[in-house]
Design a protein around this ligand. Structure first.
Ligand SMILES: NC(=O)C1=CN([C@@H]2O[C@H](COP(=O)(O)OP(=O)(O)OC[C@H]3O[C@@H](n4cnc5c(N)ncnc54)[C@H](O)[C@@H]3O)[C@@H](O)[C@H]2O)C=CC1
Ligand SMILES: O=C(CO)COP(=O)(O)O
Length: 313
């Protein structure tokens, strides 16, 4: 059976927006790539689109939503969000912002272990499309699925989104671990303890704990924490080399969302008394309160406890 072809508009022409456009084009959809620097007006870029994908960084989400509210959205269009971040003002996730702004549209989260440079090279990868309206997730699944990109549907958008968002904080920690050459045992311990920390916060925020064991959680944690292609990993790695955060960010190609996410996460965790020991050390490191070595010492010196004592699955 031939798959239906759609007009797909990608908003945000950063590296991820470009990679998503490549994927949709490979499946012969009519793809329009729009950025805030485009000559084409936003209204014309989204006209008659079935799928509207937001691939802007977190700081661009609210301005983009506000701009879209001033134009006419095609009636049955599906909004897809691929941003991995948290709003500093409200702590809302991008999908929550999109859904609140466009109550009559389906919102689908696209999230998974998807380092854009590998995807652009056509290397095999998998992802998750998640929505409260599973039919919309399945439409997006068909749009992107190919013999090099395997797409799973899910009905937990918040879980899929938070997996991709919270792992960015852990990727900074993983970069520090590798930058300090702490070894494979340390890295395994770090990633294994990172997952329950993500689940603790994620379930508090309303996600399904099981989702974190899937591609958008554990999968993305492994990919991002083990690859120099990850900007968040690079931030941690270079902090361990003694560079300042300002220096690193000024030379970084693209956005490292984990820097802002760490702030939002730690503030929420402190307010709600959630244990986030790894994120807390990343926070202190990013704010110049400790050195990378002191962050490691602080994690190793924590009170001894049972392995699963604070994870209620
Ligand atoms: N690069 C990757 O491998 C992946 C990135 N992501 C996520 O996708 C999002 C975008 O990432 P990248 O493309 O890598 O970042 P990037 O830094 O390359 O691009 C960010 C894009 O957002 C746009 N933007 C920022 N503020 C804006 C505003 N006010 N209005 C309109 N557009 C605005 C920029 O113009 C740019 O096109 C991030 O949340 C990232 O975590 C998700 C999966 C993979
Ligand atoms: O989310 C990503 C891979 O899934 C990209 O990670 P970085 O934003 O750290 O590059």
């Amino acid at each position: 059976m031939t798959k239906q072809k759609y007009i797909v508009t990608v908003l945000g022409a950063g590296v991820w927006g470009n990679a998503l456009a490549v994927l949709a084009r490979r499946n012969q959809h009519q793809v329009r790539l729009w950025s805030r620097r485009s000559f084409e007006p936003l209204a014309s870029a989204i006209s008659e689109a079935k799928i509207i994908i937001s691939a802007v960084s977190m700081k661009g989400v609210r301005p983009l939503v506000e701009q879209l509210q001033t134009v006419h959205l095609p009636k049955h269009s599906i909004l897809v969000t691929a941003t991995k971040g948290l709003d500093p003002l409200t702590t809302l996730t991008p999908s929550q912002i999109w859904q609140t702004a466009f109550l009559n549209h389906s919102v689908v989260v696209l999230s998974g272990p998807n380092l854009s440079k590998e995807i652009e090279r056509g290397l095999p990868a998998a992802t998750v499309v998640a929505s409260n309206e599973l039919k919309s997730a399945e439409t997006v699944q068909q749009v992107f699925a190919s013999d090099t990109f395997r797409v799973y549907a899910s009905s937990d958008p918040l879980g899929a989104e938070l997996g991709g968002t919270l792992k960015n904080v852990m990727a900074i920690a993983a970069g520090v671990c590798d930058g300090l050459q702490l070894g494979t045992n340390a890295k395994a311990a770090l990633l294994t303890r990172a997952l329950p920390e993500m689940i603790r916060v994620g379930t508090y925020l309303g996600a399904n704990p099981e989702t974190f064991f899937g591609l958008s959680g554990l999968g993305d944690l492994i990919a991002t924490c083990d690859s120099p292609l990850s900007r968040n990993y690079q931030v941690g790695y270079q902090l361990a080399q003694g560079l300042s955060l300002e220096e690193i960010l000024s030379k970084l190609e693209g956005t490292a969302e984990g820097v802002n996410t760490t702030d939002v996460l730690v503030k929420t965790a402190v307010r709600q008394q959630l244990a986030v020991p790894i994120a807390y050390q990343v926070y202190r490191l990013l704010h110049g309160k400790i050195t990378p070595q002191q962050a490691v010492q602080a994690l190793m010196a924590r009170e001894l406890k049972e392995e699963f004592s604070d994870l209620d699955l």
